[in-house]
Ligand binder design. Structure first.
Ligand code: GLU
Length: 286
């Protein structure tokens, strides 16, 4: 079996125990299977990314004893690849140009209070305001446009895959049943694929997993819903769907997710306080 997996952190802060758990799980699985473990730096969101966080990712991973097998890829360097795939595959990946900001969406939903709004894994479920916008993907200025996936123009016959099973016997098997396009419209909606000159996370992630030949994706349960988006995009892009394993999230003593805590202790802090990589493994239950 070919086994290629990856760790794909966003350098928007230091790595914490949850990241270490994800990276170690994927790394150990790759080594057990004689496969490859790859690193991808998801540094698209220039307003939140910092060079020092990028550097710290490499340092923390090396300290944890994690080695990667190929030159890491950085999403900030792949804008042209995303653009040529998005435009080259049009209209297989149908899009419409969207000029709505958050307020417009809120108003269109007739929901003045945040708690009344429908959220999916890509944020607010889009009410469809700009759905009928006509535009020419080849001549528009993509540096100023937002593009959303046009679900009702999808030509493919999307037969939902009903089961994707993670095949590594040393993990519990989890089954992911995928949704139909109608369910996708209700629960996720017309997601943003391109945001003012940059590929959005979902598009970039799927293109890069295919580019890096990833066969197994090991990541937290917080991304379970996003996986529905990724599988649909894989079908539209005509690339294989990897096997997925969504692992439990690391929580504090009170059950609160570490990623949600502002004071979650960074791996760097543990290092400075004299912890060893074996201590980190113990703390995350490995
Ligand atoms: N970069 C994202 C994160 O750190 C996504 C990771 C993924 O697709 O596994 O949450």
């Amino acid at each position: 079996m070919t086994f290629r997996t990856r760790f794909a952190p966003s350098p928007t802060g230091p790595l914490h125990l949850g990241h270490a758990y994800s990276a170690l799980l994927a790394h150990d699985a790759a080594r057990r299977h004689g496969g490859a473990f790859l690193l991808r730096i998801e540094d698209l969101d220039q307003s939140r990314v910092r060079a020092e966080w990028k550097e710290l990712i490499y340092q923390d991973l090396e300290w944890l004893g994690i080695t990667w097998d190929e030159e890491p890829i950085k999403q900030s360097e792949r804008k042209d690849a995303y653009l040529s795939i998005l435009t080259g595959l049009y209209p297989a990946i149908p899009t419409f140009a969207c000029t709505c900001n958050r307020r417009d969406i809120q108003q269109a939903m007739g929901a003045p209070h945040a708690e009344d709004m429908a959220f999916g894994p890509d944020g607010l479920i889009y009410p469809g305001t700009c759905r009928a916008h006509h535009y020419d993907l080849n001549s528009e200025d993509l540096d100023t446009l937002n593009l959303r996936l046009s679900l009702n123009q999808i030509q493919h016959d999307i037969t939902p895959i009903t089961h994707l099973e993670y095949s590594d016997i040393s993990f519990s098997n989890r089954i992911l049943s995928l949704m139909t396009l109608a369910e996708f419209q209700d629960r996720i909606g017309e997601i943003v694929l391109w945001r003012k000159g940059y590929a959005a996370y979902h598009l970039a992630s799927v293109i890069d997993d295919a580019h890096q030949g990833i066969t197994h994706i090991i990541r937290g349960q917080d991304l379970m819903e996003a996986t529905h988006i990724h599988v649909l995009l894989q079908i539209l892009l005509g690339v294989p769907t990897p096997a997925y394993h969504h692992h439990d999230l690391i929580r504090d003593k009170n059950g609160k997710r570490l990623a949600k805590r502002h004071d979650a202790k960074a791996i760097r802090k543990y290092r400075e306080d004299g912890a060893t990589p074996a201590d980190i493994r113990r703390m995350v239950g490995l």
